[in-house]
Design a protein around this ligand. Structure first.
Ligand SMILES: *Cc1c(COP(=O)(O)O)cnc(C)c1O
Length: 389
């Protein structure tokens, strides 16, 4: 069925938004084949974003773990410090080609808001960001960055003042402004066609990995490991390997403080099928079907659902989904910093922590690629507060 990945996905939205989603689908299908659009996308990815990002052999980490060769896909080196740029820039350009003068976005931790503000400034689009007021206090530096980049930041104080309320306000804005506004969703979530559009813009990651590892090692990797919040960096890292059955695709969710309800962000492990933010997918729920708040030490993974295509890849057994606990991620964060001279995002540290667990099983002849989705400067306060260093 159109808009579905197996039984997952779809577009469960208010009637007023259907024409907007249909317009987006039609325009996206036209523009993805448009030479001028592709030329400009390439230009911004390369000359503004810094693509291709390196595939780096982590020699000292490989030695230390004593198993498979560990390669790091360096999305942390992308403009803005994370993979989020691939999608924000792609969609902002899409908006411009669609004739929209304005982009809006919701943001939880502020990382997607900053990526959107960067893209809006680069293309001269009016940019407005919705953020829960509590999130805005917790992520004050990102609010300042967004303002500096020329975006208007709306702090939403309704309800809990977090992501949920920000999404509602952004949707309300879009329903009344769709003629001249594009709603720029930040991960492979939400109603169709967003999960497909975001995945396509992020799939540059696996396109590059494939070329790079073939050049360096002359073969495919044994496993690609990526952290999963909404799931965009993982979808991007997996996508071009889906038909290569010898490559294990491993998504690592946030196990938080443990697998009991309310202590983690692992819907693919403890969730049920439900509908959240316009899509049918795996959601963390209580027995009455109410969404339960998620938790993770890393703000970027703190989401109670997941992109529908991941739920599908899990259902057909093509990708494996597991988790890393807060303390395992922190340990990996410290280990990569000291061993390789790279401070990773706490999100990416979840993927690293799991790669460590399987390095010996995959063995010395094996190759593991870890998608290093972002850099860890933003997480220094969290680490310092723990009193470790
Ligand atoms: C936002 C973020 C994530 C989580 O988002 P996905 O859509 O699951 O990729 C992971 N890593 C970093 C560095 C982020 O900023």
């Amino acid at each position: 069925m159109k808009g579905f990945f197996g039984e997952f996905g779809g577009y469960y939205v208010p009637e007023v938004l259907i024409p907007a989603l249909e317009e987006l689908e039609k325009e996206y299908n036209r523009l993805k084949k448009d030479e001028e659009f592709q030329r400009q996308l390439d230009h911004y990815m390369k000359n503004f974003g810094g693509r291709p990002t390196p595939l780096y052999f982590a020699a000292r980490l490989t030695d230390k773990w004593g198993g498979a060769k560990i390669y790091l896909k360096r999305e942390d080196l992308l403009h803005g410090g994370a993979h989020k740029f691939n999608n924000a820039m792609g969609q902002a350009l899409l908006a411009k080609f669609m004739g929209k003068k304005r982009i809006i976005a919701e943001t939880g931790a502020g990382q997607h808001g900053v990526a959107t503000a960067i893209s809006g400034a680069a293309l001269g689009l009016e940019t407005e960001i919705y953020m829960g007021s509590k999130d805005g206090e917790r992520q004050a530096v990102n609010v300042k960055k967004m303002k500096l980049l020329g975006a208007k930041v709306n702090l939403v104080s309704k309800g809990n003042g977090t992501l949920k309320e920000a999404i509602n306000e952004a949707l309300r804005d879009w329903a009344g402004s769709v003629e001249y506004t594009h709603y720029l969703i930040g991960s492979v979530v939400g109603p169709y066609p967003y999960p497909e559009i975001v995945r396509d813009f992020q799939s540059v990651i696996s396109r590059e990995i494939k070329e790079q590892i073939n050049k360096i090692e002359g073969r495919l990797p044994d496993a690609v490991v990526a952290c999963v919040g909404g799931g965009s960096n993982a979808m991007g890292a997996f996508y071009n390997f889906i038909n290569d059955k010898s490559v294990r695709l491993i998504g690592v969710q946030a196990g938080g403080k443990g697998l009991d309800l309310g202590n983690n962000s692992a819907p693919l492990i403890i969730g049920n099928t439900g509908i959240l933010h316009g899509a049918k997918t795996k959601v963390i729920q209580d027995e009455n079907g109410n969404t339960i708040d998620s938790y993770s030490i890393s703000a970027g993974l703190d989401y109670p659902a997941v992109g529908p295509e991941h739920a599908y890849l899990q259902s057909i057994g093509r990708a494996e989904y597991t988790y890393a606990l807060d303390n395992e991620a922190v340990e990996a964060f410290l280990e990569l910093s000291k061993t390789e001279g790279i401070i990773p995002a706490l999100e990416s540290s979840h993927a690293l922590a799991y790669a460590k667990k399987i390095a010996n099983d995959i063995g010395k002849d094996g190759i593991i690629i870890v998608n290093l989705s972002g850099r860890g400067d933003k997480d220094l306060d969290t680490i310092m507060k723990m009193g470790i260093i």
